[in-house]
Design a protein around this ligand. Structure first.
Ligand SMILES: [Mg+2]
Length: 279
């Protein structure tokens, strides 16, 4: 075991957050939370994205938001540690270009892709994998720019896909589970991932790598955030303009998740500032 990092944290909290639909609105805007993000970064409170996005997409966001903390990509497929000296992972990790480290938790996309085709065949349907869509189709689905679309399709640990309009997600989830896989529903795409790699398992790996064993404040908006929210010390659901996702309502009613006061960055900033006691 390595020695603990030399600088004790200024806060007992880690903030672990989904991005799309949570901190980012559907135009990918987070500007109402930007001042708070800068303040938290200055105070040394890690803001750890935990998202279905690719590493390259998250790196673009981190640069825009001025964040230096680790990040969890592709629904828990891997954790990136840009400053590995501050963390003590208990699993193997790999050196990334630029000097950071990545801890893989899932299976490579090349291994998952044929399994998606097999699920579709068993259900008598066809799925459209993100990587097979044209750039125009990706842009239409996501609202991303051509450059953003190019970053979004570079998957290493997951296979995002679209279901036909008449295909419910539940049978797909059930069949995947019966085969030892996971299908998660995100905002725009469903995601096929390996059994050992959801957001909750990634959070557990992050906690084990935290030498200070800090508490976790987690924020999400969709069913694919449930494992993250369930693994947190405090869980906050960010509603959409029409309210919280229907599949998260029972946990909110039961008091397991708190509901933020507003959608996206305004609700995110209000909830985080309130919970961390920041004025
Ligand atoms: Mg989301």
């Amino acid at each position: 075991m390595a020695t603990p990092p030399p600088h004790p944290p200024t806060s007992k909290w880690l903030v672990v957050t989904d991005l799309d639909g949570t901190l980012l609105d559907h135009a990918y805007n987070f500007s109402p939370a930007a001042p708070l993000l800068r303040q938290l970064e200055q105070e040394g409170i890690p803001i750890i994205p935990c998202t279905s996005k690719t590493a390259e997409e998250v790196e673009q966001f981190r640069t825009a938001a001025g964040l230096s903390s680790p990040y969890i990509v592709e629904n828990g497929g891997a954790i990136h540690f840009p400053h590995p000296q501050d963390w003590q992972p208990d699993r193997p990790w790999q050196v990334e270009p630029g000097g950071g480290m990545v801890m893989p938790l899932g299976w490579p996309s090349e291994r998952l892709r044929p399994l998606l085709s097999s699920l579709a065949a068993a259900l008598g349907t066809q799925f459209s994998a993100l990587e097979d869509l044209s750039q125009e189709e990706v842009m239409a689905c996501t609202g991303l720019s051509p450059q953003g679309s190019a970053l979004a399709v570079r998957r290493r640990w997951s296979v995002p896909f679209l279901l036909p309009a008449d295909q419910a997600i539940e049978p797909v989830e059930s069949l995947a589970a019966a085969r030892g896989l996971k299908v998660l529903q995100g905002n725009r795409f469903a995601h096929l991932i390996a059994p050992g790699s959801d957001k909750g398992l990634a959070l557990a790996a992050l906690r084990r790598a935290d030498p200070w064993r800090r508490h976790v404040l987690a924020l999400g908006d969709s069913p694919n955030d449930q494992a993250l929210l369930d693994g947190a010390d405090q869980a906050i659901v960010i509603p959409g303009p029409q309210g919280p996702h229907p599949r998260l309502e029972s946990a909110i009613a039961a008091g397991r998740y708190q509901l933020a006061s507003a959608p996206h960055a305004p609700g995110w900033a209000d909830a985080v500032a309130t919970w961390l006691g920041i004025s």
